[in-house]
Write a protein that binds this ligand. Structure first.
Ligand SMILES: Nc1ncnc2c1ncn2[C@@H]1O[C@H](COP(=O)(O)OP(=O)(O)O)[C@@H](O)[C@H]1O
Ligand SMILES: [Mg+2]
Length: 226
């Protein structure tokens, strides 16, 4: 069974003369434990697609099934819970809370749900990301690469079934970006979550198991890279 199925997804921002048709009849199926990349030019609809996959935004029309259940049949509260428990996000701009330490940032998603994360899981994440000596630091004391590794830790702390990353290397130099990609791949192997990485860089996209190409809101191609 696919972990996520999109059926006939359209997204239109605005109305009338200013309407932007950002996604056009998108049908996609995402399989469990596979690493996907979404590649396309700026403005092609990548972030819109990722926001819909993460239930951060709703399409104008179409259906999304997550683990077989229709997401839009769920209430807003149920969707928020699903987002927190089943989906992890990594953004280009890291989005760490500046007034909280690294450890507090990492634990935030668990604490929002009132659950203590598994210590062994936390230890493994911290070790793989090599951020053990930064746990008491604040975000403004981190380099870009360190900040993104903390953001990855925060995204994975709840053991999400799906990890969504929107241009996670966009604010990093090439070597640091490559290291972040290596870590995303390593976690996909270790933890088995489905990963969807958005990029406009073909070299980065080609690291994925499956490459989804989007152009002007259409899915142009889906290429199995394995
Ligand atoms: N909130 C919004 N309101 C209006 N138009 C938007 C909004 N977000 C994105 N768009 C438009 O939708 C199209 C797709 O945007 P986006 O998904 O951000 O593309 P990408 O991430 O590939 O650069 C673009 O034309 C963009 O200007
Ligand atoms: Mg974008």
């Amino acid at each position: 069974m696919s972990i996520i199925t999109l059926q006939g997804i359209n997204k239109i921002y605005g109305e009338g003369d200013i309407a932007v048709h950002a996604l056009k009849d998108v049908d996609l199926a995402f399989e469990e434990g596979v690493f996907y990349s979404i590649i396309g030019k700026s403005g092609s609809g990548k972030s819109t697609l990722l926001h819909i996959l993460g239930a951060l935004d709703q399409p104008t029309s179409g259906q999304m099934l997550l683990e077989g259940e229709s997401v839009y049949d769920a209430t807003a509260d149920e969707q928020a819970l699903l987002r927190r428990r089943r989906i992890g996000f990594v953004f280009q701009s890291f989005n760490l809370l500046p007034e909280h330490t690294v450890l507090e940032n990492i634990l935030l998603p668990s604490h929002l749900d009132g659950v203590e994360p598994e210590q062994a899981h936390l230890d493994e994440i911290v070790e793989v990301l090599e951020i053990g000596d930064k746990l008491r630091a604040f975000p403004d004391e981190l380099s870009g690469g360190q900040a993104q590794r903390v953001a990855i830790a925060r995204a994975l702390i709840t053991k999400p079934a799906i990890l969504l990353a929107d241009e996670p290397t966009g604010n990093l130099d090439e070597a640091t970006g490559r290291e972040v990609l290596r870590l995303l791949k390593e976690f996909q192997t270790r933890l088995g979550q489905t990963t969807v990485l958005v990029t406009h860089d073909m070299e980065i996209a080609s690291m994925a198991d499956t490459i989804i190409e989007i152009q002007d809101g259409y899915i142009k191609s889906v290429t199995d890279n394995r």
